[in-house]
Design a protein around this ligand. Structure first.
Ligand SMILES: [Zn+2]
Length: 287
């Protein structure tokens, strides 16, 4: 029976371990499709869906059954993106005085900062800048609660076990588009990223790569993704915090036109169930 599940409506849910806990935490920040009432955008729902990592929480839904914790966002990342720092914000999007320093990254330059300027290349999300108070609301009501829940789950596991192993889970389009740094390039089945060794110990990354390759997948490491804000923020191997970003190729499970599951979904889910079970055993021995 599930114990201690937690829901913040429209923001996130957390599923706790079923049975004995292991120090494994999975988070899925981009699967949300609960469009907030004040999300006053000017693009189509199909365009919005291209930014959603659809069903990624469901794909990793086995985590609690192997003793892990699962956290998933319910809001869309096109509204506010937990995988960007709060200050990775485009000055031209803000109408009014902004009370904090800004530190826009290359993601903001591509229109994909903490608040997106573009949904696709040449397709602005909004008619004009957003009131500063609206952006602050999104940070306070969605971005910060997501990080608070994730930080608490990671801290709890680390306190109980001395270390924590985190999977930050995403999905990627089969081919990079004009918004991406790898435009036009076909992607492998999985991309695992640790910011070139900065966010987890090598043995954890290597084991995850080996498990996925044993399941028959083509896996690349730190290419084309190096790992973004969430693994950067939480990964600190020197203090027993091991964060690994995993990108799943949507061609394995999702129809890119209808955004419905394909026949491949069930096979992928079963393989990820096996992956999580194996990884939980390794983490338990290691933690
Ligand atoms: Zn994502």
């Amino acid at each position: 029976m599930d114990g201690g599940d937690h829901l913040i409506p429209g923001v996130l849910y957390r599923r706790d371990p079923v049975g004995p806990a292991v120090p494994l935490v999975v988070d899925s920040p981009h699967n949300g499709t609960a469009w907030p009432a004040d999300f006053d955008h000017r693009v189509t729902e199909a365009e919005l869906m291209t930014s959603v990592d659809a069903y990624v929480d469901e794909l990793f839904g086995h985590a609690p059954r192997v003793g892990g914790t699962l956290i998933a966002a319910l809001f869309p990342r096109a509204y506010i993106d937990p995988n960007r720092a709060e200050d990775d914000l485009d000055e031209t999007l803000i109408d009014g005085a902004w009370p904090h320093p800004l530190n826009p990254s290359s993601k903001t330059a591509f229109g994909m900062g903490v608040v997106r300027r573009l949904i696709l290349k040449g397709r602005p999300l909004y008619d004009g800048p957003l009131p500063a108070a609206d952006i602050l609301w999104r940070l306070e009501q969605y971005h910060r609660p997501y990080h608070a829940a994730l930080a608490a789950a990671l801290d709890r596991a680390r306190t109980a076990h001395g270390a924590v192993f985190h999977i930050n889970a995403h999905s990627m389009k089969p081919v990079g588009n004009a918004m991406n740094e790898d435009a036009g390039v076909a992607r492998p089945d999985f991309v695992l990223s640790d910011r070139e060794g900065a966010t987890c110990e090598t043995a954890y990354l290597d084991h995850a790569v080996e498990l996925l390759r044993d399941l028959g997948y083509v896996v690349s490491v730190n290419d084309p993704y190096k790992g973004a804000e969430i693994v950067r923020r939480y990964g600190d191997p020197d203090t027993g915090r091991h964060s690994l970003q995993i990108e799943i190729n949507r061609k394995l499970y999702l129809d890119g036109e209808t955004f419905q599951k394909t026949d491949g979904f069930d096979t992928l889910k079963l393989n990820l169930d096996a992956f999580l079970a194996e990884l939980a055993g390794w983490v338990q021995a290691r933690g």
